[in-house]
Design a protein around this ligand. Structure first.
Ligand SMILES: [Zn+2]
Length: 339
């Protein structure tokens, strides 16, 4: 029998379970564990993990997983889905991106059983979850006070990963290098094909980002044959692959008047924001250095000189077409939205 063993838990084909995988206690003597949902079909097939809150303040993914496993009709027909809504459970408690030892968990992989607290959590997650998986989707958001347009980051030089990135169905894919110590790097070493989904802002739920993420996971499960295709899922979005991206920075300190929104088409030289003094006069205009699509922005209307304000992705395709497609997807996922 094909038994999946996670910690002390044994999960059989056809079982659906929630387990609590113990990690280091708090100094208050309270036990801490990673909540893990495992859904196994009777039929053998691929194993995929979906993880969220590797950065503890990035909450959209927690909601994406909650909605996914609570979907009434949710059922997989083959293989195994392992959903881990809070990898950095300590960070979630503290509403912080970081671990209590101030480390970034996403720079502590592969970690070790005798290492730092962050290293130990990384080690447990890698060995108890990722090691079993052929595929993985890691859900992130922008940093605190920064919003991201829903986007996939993946190694597009790998054919199987590229295929998954395209299937996910968000309009923008950023071909991105592996960061040392990241979960993505550790997964790739384990030969787990992995996508990183980035959408929305830390400490906030963003409905568009949540819906686009859920849809993307369902698209991937259907593509892998783990879920039955529905008639509504036939419409395919072919993403645009960004060749690169750059943050546009403020050249003056002051009060920000934003002119552009996420998903907007940007042309070189276009004014993205004006920076004014507290007394009303415009001090400086923040201009795009290249043409592209706005995929990230900072939300606090106050800047210091040198601060990153707008994240622009560059494409070889027509930017206008990309902006139109982003708008179409937005309308499909949020039909009642006024903005
Ligand atoms: Zn993150």
């Amino acid at each position: 029998m094909d038994i999946l063993k996670i910690g002390e838990f044994e999960i059989l084909p056809g079982e659906q379970r929630k387990i609590d995988l113990p990690v280091a206690k708090l100094y208050t003597d309270a036990n801490v564990s990673l909540p893990i949902h495992i859904i196994r079909a009777k039929k053998p097939g691929p194993t995929i993990f979906v993880s969220a809150a590797v950065h503890g303040d990035e909450l959209n993914g927690i909601e994406i997983i909650r909605r996914l496993i609570n979907e009434k009709k949710f059922k997989i027909i083959k293989g195994t889905l392992i959903a881990v809504p809070m990898v950095n459970v300590y960070g979630v408690v503290n509403q912080s991106r970081y671990m209590p030892d101030r480390r970034d968990l996403n720079r502590c992989f592969p970690g070790s059983a005798k290492g730092s607290l962050a290293g130990r959590v990384a080690h447990i997650f890698l060995n108890e979850i990722v090691k079993h998986c052929d595929y993985g989707i890691d859900l992130h958001t922008g940093a605190i006070h920064r919003s991201n347009l829903p986007q996939i980051r993946a190694d597009m030089s790998d054919a199987a990963t590229k295929e998954l990135a395209e299937v996910f169905g968000v309009p923008v894919v950023l071909n991105s290098n592996l960061v040392d110590g990241s979960l993505r790097e550790a997964a790739v070493r384990n030969e787990t094909k992995i996508l990183l989904y980035e959408a929305g802002e830390a400490l906030r739920f963003d409905e568009f980002s949540i819906r686009a993420g859920m849809k993307g996971i369902l698209n991937v499960l259907q593509h892998l044959g783990m879920k039955r295709k529905t008639s509504a899922s036939k419409k395919k979005v072919v993403p645009f692959i960004a060749n690169g991206s750059q943050w546009v920075r403020a050249n003056a300190s002051g009060i920000v008047h934003n002119i552009v929104n996420l998903g907007d088409q940007i042309t070189k030289g276009q004014v993205l924001a004006e920076i004014g003094s507290p007394y009303g006069e415009v001090i400086d205009a923040v201009k795009a250095t290249r043409s592209g699509i706005l995929i990230g922005k900072q939300n606090i209307p106050l800047v210091q000189e040198g601060e990153a304000m707008f994240h622009v992705a560059y494409f070889s395709e027509d930017d206008e077409e990309i902006a139109e497609r982003i708008e179409t997807i937005h309308d499909q996922l949020l039909p009642d939205n006024e903005d």
